[in-house]
Design a protein around this ligand. Structure first.
Ligand SMILES: CC(C)(COP(=O)(O)OP(=O)(O)OC[C@H]1O[C@@H](n2cnc3c(N)ncnc32)[C@H](O)[C@@H]1OP(=O)(O)O)[C@@H](O)C(=O)NCCC(=O)NCCS
Length: 245
């Protein structure tokens, strides 16, 4: 599995021109204490409700970096952005022509940004000691589960997290979360096959209208992005280097 190539950001990395930008962020940045000041009172309230300090720090890191990145696109101060949510919880910024989505898992996060089309992104840490087949039985479609079981044991973990991240990216792009039944659409999962939405039984035309691409954040992580756009052009930016601009 070849890692996505993450480019060092510069002023040009905030021009979209029909492309989708994918930002890789660290949830354990070098400057955690400087990040609180970007968050709203509501976000800080959410952060402070986590039982574990690690989760509080990761939440602050993710949301501060989301604000810094979006603020650069919008030429606005990061702490001035005001987020709203659709009725399923998908955040958006009112009156700004920017589509975005964020995902975080273990130590890393991904942020996807598009200027014209809805987007969903997902990152999944390929956690060890995880019962992939049991989770697949519960959530994947019958075809996906069958394909997973048919693979050699050493490929099953990667295939499972391919499938999970692709299904999550799709439901996040659609903005409806688990209101779309996870067994009512199929994605590819085999490590030797391209990432694609195979079929969308819950909304048959969607398989043609929404495009899926694989993202490889790091060896121990799987990632995927789905965009409501026929031609998907991705650019990858290393958000860990952003504070140095
Ligand atoms: C909330 C959900 C949208 C994603 O949750 P998740 O995968 O645990 O978390 P991620 O880190 O990928 O994404 C969380 C972010 O998505 C965004 N989000 C929330 N609701 C959303 C929605 N309806 N649509 C798109 N994005 C949404 C938020 O920005 C959220 O960030 P925050 O929690 O820091 O505010 C939802 O799909 C979910 O609960 N999924 C779990 C489903 C599951 O059990 N899958 C099993 C294997 S397929």
């Amino acid at each position: 599995m070849i890692k996505s190539c993450w480019n060092a950001p510069g002023p040009a990395s905030f021009t979209l021109d029909g492309t989708t930008h994918i930002w890789l962020i660290s949830l354990e940045p070098d400057n955690p204490d400087e990040l609180n000041r970007y968050l709203s009172a509501t976000e800080l309230g959410r952060a402070n409700r986590f039982a574990f300090d690690k989760h509080r720090r990761h939440f602050i890191a993710a949301h501060a970096q989301l604000r810094i990145i979006l603020g650069n696109y919008l030429d606005a101060r990061a702490d001035s952005l005001s987020f709203e949510q659709n009725s399923y919880g998908k955040p958006f910024i009112k009156n700004f022509p920017l589509y975005f989505n964020i995902s975080h898992s273990n130590l890393l996060g991904l942020i996807a940004v598009n200027g014209k089309h809805d987007v969903g992104v997902d990152i999944e840490w390929n956690r060890p000691n995880f019962n992939e087949l049991r989770i697949a039985d519960r959530f994947f479609s019958a075809t996906e589960t069958k394909q997973l079981y048919a693979l050699p044991a050493e490929l099953q973990k990667k295939a499972f997290f391919n499938c999970w991240s692709r299904k999550e990216a799709y439901i996040k792009a659609r903005g409806k979360g688990l209101a779309i039944p996870l067994d009512q659409f199929q994605v590819s999962l085999r490590p030797d096959e391209p990432a694609e939405i195979i079929s969308t039984e819950h909304d048959p035309i969607a398989a043609k209208e929404w495009k899926l691409a694989q993202i490889v954040p790091d060896e121990q992580y799987s990632g995927a992005v789905v965009v409501n756009q026929k031609d998907l052009i991705l650019e990858f930016w290393d958000g860990k280097l952003l504070t140095s601009i």
